[in-house]
Write a protein that binds this ligand. Structure first.
Ligand code: NDP
Length: 448
């Protein structure tokens, strides 16, 4: 789809020309600018005052080397990033990703998306993202600890509980957050809520671990109900088997769905009887193993090499929860052909643009990641509130707040789409609703 505003078209061209080697960032910006064209047409001051130009440029990008020593005494040097994208409505907030694929384009796209997502939660948090091309897979705990400490030795200069509050993402779970938080505390001589996703013994929030997956299903439930459908009696396919996928599986099952397939970056398992979640958790969370072991231990389950083929498994509801661009056009076509009626994105930008277009054109109910996976950051913001109050809410209290946030978010996005003549288009609605709060704050500051 093209951008229906001449100025925004030119802006898109400038974004590509300025950083030609950043395809993921271009993809994220193009999707948002396409949705924002009707808003820019209705409110020309947003262009005149430079809001649109500022929106696509991070406030600050920090890039640093991370030297660390392995167990054999060899020295390795990785690259660290923190993109502080937009602080118009609160301190920068967004996860850290440790994965060999990490580069500036990926961190910029994630930070850009995070700005709108955080705004959509209704909570006072700006957008940021960071990470490293370090691969925690196959490393000992001691190696991961040394890497995290070295990473924090540099990052700590730029973050703080009222400045920038990182969290986890791919490859950064409870273990990594513990090492990072410990090093920050050591360096700063302060015990503050500078990271979220912390362990429960040192300031973490109940329900944070579950928040993204649960929130995804709460939003999916709203979308399904509006479309006259539901989880009850539905067959569900979930890609990934990490933090988001595991708790999406738990909640989808609680809501009456049957999850029949999950994956990792090597392949997927199909279990016609429904995925045995405790077994997945044992393999992935405790043993840090591969998903193919599931089929070796569970009678009747099949393992298939190649994660992208998971979309060929017939289902009613698909929840892509692994990584960006993991659901290509061929996958979308297979889902449509097999009668899938809803795709709700748990990972960030998992559908390629042509896949997203095909799903929407086929009338599949579709919720984009910046709306659907906002539950994680929402509960991270609740963790910040609890840290500030030096107080903890119960699991039930946090979960209730999460449900309310996701329900409100869904309705706000749906109403924004309707207001700008795109009823039913949650992609546009989420982009517009997330944008307006940030844009109006930027205008109020007179900083552009
Ligand atoms: P984890 O590291 O816990 O899990 C990632 C999962 O995705 C693993 O199963 C991994 O498999 C799989 N995976 C990674 N790369 C690929 C690939 N190229 N193809 C197929 N599978 C792949 O990460 P999270 O669950 O935390 O994050 C998943 C997604 O959700 C990311 O896009 C993240 O940005 C997004 N997200 C996460 C939030 C959170 O709270 N954690 C909040 C909002 C969004 P393997 O083990 O083989 O690497």
């Amino acid at each position: 789809m093209s951008i229906q505003n001449e100025y925004l078209n030119g802006l898109m061209e400038r974004v590509v020309k300025r950083d030609p080697a950043e395809p993921e960032f271009h993809q994220a910006v193009r999707e948002v600018l396409t949705s924002l064209a009707p808003v820019a047409n209705a409110r020309p001051e947003l262009i005149r005052e430079g809001v649109m130009d500022c929106l696509v440029e991070p406030e600050r990008t920090i890039k640093f080397r991370v030297p660390w020593e392995d167990d054999k005494g060899n020295i390795h040097v990785n690259r660290g990033f923190r993109v502080q994208f937009n602080s118009a409505i609160g301190p920068y907030k967004g996860g850290l990703r440790f994965h060999p694929s990490v580069n500036e384009s990926i961190i910029k796209f994630l930070g850009f998306e995070q700005t709108f997502k955080n705004s959509l939660t209704g909570l006072p948090i700006g957008g940021g993202k960071g990470g490293s091309d370090f691969d925690p897979k196959g490393k000992s705990d001691a190696e991961v600890m040394r890497f995290c400490q070295s990473f924090m030795n540099e990052l700590f200069k730029y973050i703080g509980p009222d400045t920038d509050v990182p969290a986890g993402d791919i490859g950064v779970g409870a273990r990594e957050i513990g090492y990072l938080f410990g090093q920050y505390k050591r360096l700063s001589n302060e015990f503050t809520g500078v990271l979220t996703g912390k362990g429960l013994t040192y300031g973490g929030s109940l329900a944070r671990k579950e928040a993204t997956g649960y929130g995804l299903c709460y939003l999916a439930d709203c979308l399904l109900k509006d479309g006259g459908k539901g989880f009850e009696g539905s067959t569900v396919v979930i890609s990934g088997s990490g933090n988001v996928a595991i708790y999406a599986c738990e909640k989808a099952t609680q809501l009456g769905g049957k999850v029949v397939a999950m994956s990792d970056s090597n392949g997927y398992v199909y279990d016609k009887d429904g995925i045995d979640l405790p077994l997945i958790q044992q393999i992935k969370e405790i043993e840090r193993g591969r998903i193919k072991e599931y089929a070796q231990r569970k009678a009747g389950a099949e393992y298939h090499e190649g994660c992208v083929n998971i979309w060929n498994v017939p289902c009613d509801i698909a929840l892509p929860c692994a990584t960006q661009n993991e659901l290509p056009l061929e996958g979308a076509k297979a889902l449509i052909q097999n009668g899938c009626f809803a795709v709700v994105e748990g990972a960030n930008m998992p559908s390629t643009p042509d896949a997203m277009d095909a799903l929407q054109e086929a009338g599949v109910l579709f919720a984009p990641s910046k709306a659907a996976n906002a539950g994680g950051v929402a509960v991270s913001a609740l963790e910040m509130s609890q840290n500030s109050m030096r107080f903890s809410w119960t699991f039930q209290e946090v979960d209730d707040r999460l449900k309310t946030i996701m329900t409100d978010l869904y309705h706000n996005a749906a109403q924004a789409a309707e207001r700008f003549g795109m009823a039913g288009n949650l992609v546009a609605g989420a982009n517009i609703a997330g944008f307006l709060k940030v844009a109006d704050s930027m205008l109020a500051y007179g900083l552009v």
